[in-house]
Design a protein around this ligand. Structure first.
Ligand code: AMP
Ligand code: MG
Length: 429
């Protein structure tokens, strides 16, 4: 493979530091992901009001109890007539009117017409509707300018849905039209997998809230905001907690308070090799949470497991690394699929496209790397261009990205012109 020059603008995941990681210590990304997802079960179904259920996955089949529409009705504003008895140019006697929602029906006899509105029940004697546009009404009479044919402008009972039909199947994620269809068949509540309750916490002595002065050495906590927003985009009910310092007692107390009230805890920081990286220790003390070095970049140090606490259902804990891009990528790789699984979804990943790289890139040995790329469309398909420097602290490189290009673990560089798989970040759901 051609040597790739190191230019200042060139994205290089290694730039500026050397990792002393024994490859034997690394858990391959896919194996780790399977381990995590293999321990997550969908949440128990609950009955929710329709609009609350929007975006949730059905846990029952929705069956229509009756025909939709339930009665034969007019598809147009016009005149209900008996087709067989009426010819072109016929001059009919107007004998009444039927509005939408009318309970009392007027039947037209031969040589008669009944004014009728869209959606109004067709009287039993009529079999066609002549639209107002092709009829002239004056002085109690209706003159037709077209020959009505039987069945014309008439909607049959059950033409949308037949009584007894399964209109939506368990496993389906409810979109807007699905919600409408549930209402159509008379369902105000449906059984769905609920939205996971997620609590997000940033940890670190250096962190400060977005408002107020920054003391020497402090930085703003961005991770808890990014991750809470990501969890919400993934369908969770997510809340952000105050910053927790790198202190054993404070971490224990903060985590303990979450166990009974959430399904998932997401923390950032404190899982690397530093002296004050206490998160992994505290989580391990509280439950079955283990720390791993995963063969990915960014996002190598990961903690995952369960804390039992006082609730019946154990709390799933994700201890993500603190660098903002590492935290973001870790969410995409592990937390998003886990949140989708909890919701009963089977599509666990973001949509992906194959794109051709505009520039050569390097990738670390033994690790899958995720490169922030902007996509653009060329004549022959999608093209991907790295969004500048790829350091794991550079949140602006994520803001500029349309996707994450996944470079396989066995590659240390990819040439310009080679295809890569890109996970699209543009679809918020
Ligand atoms: P850690 O994983 O705790 O070793 O943190 C790694 C890097 O990410 C350090 O430079 C931290 O200052 C930074 N960092 C940690 N937590 C956050 C956060 N919540 N928001 C922004 N940066 C953070
Ligand atoms: Mg830290």
């Amino acid at each position: 493979m051609a040597a790739v020059p190191r230019a200042a603008h060139e994205p290089d995941a290694h730039a500026g530091h050397v990792h002393h990681v024994d490859p034997a210590e690394l858990v391959p990304l896919e194996r780790y992901r399977q381990h995590v997802l293999g321990r997550i079960l969908p949440l128990e179904p609950v009955a929710l009001d329709l609009l609350e259920a929007h975006g949730c996955v059905l846990a029952e089949d929705v069956v229509a109890a009756a025909d939709v529409p339930a009665f034969v009705n007019s598809a147009m504003d016009g005149y209900a007539v008996r087709a067989g008895t009426t010819v072109d140019g016929a001059d009919l006697e107007l004998v009444g009117e039927i509005a939408a929602g009318a309970g009392r029906l007027v039947d037209p006899g031969p040589g008669q017409a009944v004014r009728i509105m869209t959606g109004a029940p067709l009287p039993p004697g009529a079999d066609a509707v002549v639209p107002v546009e092709v009829a002239d009404e004056a002085d109690g009479r209706v003159r037709l300018r077209a020959v009505p044919r039987a069945g014309e402008n008439v909607r049959a009972a059950g033409e949308d849905v037949r009584a007894g039909a399964t209109v939506l199947s368990a496993g389906r994620r409810l979109g807007a039209a699905d919600i409408g269809l549930c209402a159509t068949v008379g369902r105000a509540r449906v059984l769905v997998r609920p939205r996971p309750r997620v609590v997000v916490m940033s940890t670190g002595d250096e962190l400060a809230e977005p408002e107020g002065p920054l003391a020497a050495g402090q930085i703003r906590d961005s991770n808890s905001y990014t991750l809470t927003a990501l969890a919400r985009e993934t369908g969770a009910v997510a809340s952000r907690r105050a910053i927790v310092p790198d202190d054993h007692g404070a971490l224990t107390e903060a985590f303990d308070g979450v166990a009974a009230r959430a399904d998932v805890l997401v923390t950032t920081g404190g899982v690397s090799a530093g002296r004050y990286d206490l998160v992994k220790r505290v989580l391990a003390e509280m439950g079955d949470v283990r720390f791993s070095k995963v063969g990915m970049q960014p996002g190598m140090p990961q903690a995952f497991g369960f804390v039992s606490g006082r609730s019946a259902r154990p709390l799933a804990c994700f201890g993500l690394p603190g660098n903002p891009v590492s935290a973001y990528v870790s969410f995409e790789v592990f937390v998003r699929p886990a949140l989708r699984l909890l919701q009963g979804r089977r599509d666990l990943q973001r949509p992906m496209v194959t794109a051709v790289l505009d520039e050569a890139v390097r990738s670390p040995e033994h690790k899958v790397s995720f490169l922030r790329v902007a996509l653009h469309r060329a004549d022959d398909g999608w093209r991907a261009r790295p969004t500048g420097a790829q350091g794991s602290g550079l949140l602006t490189s994520v803001v500029a990205a349309d996707g994450l290009a996944e470079i396989p673990a066995d590659r240390t560089s990819v040439d310009a012109g080679e295809p890569v798989v890109v996970h699209l970040l543009v679809d918020p759901t």
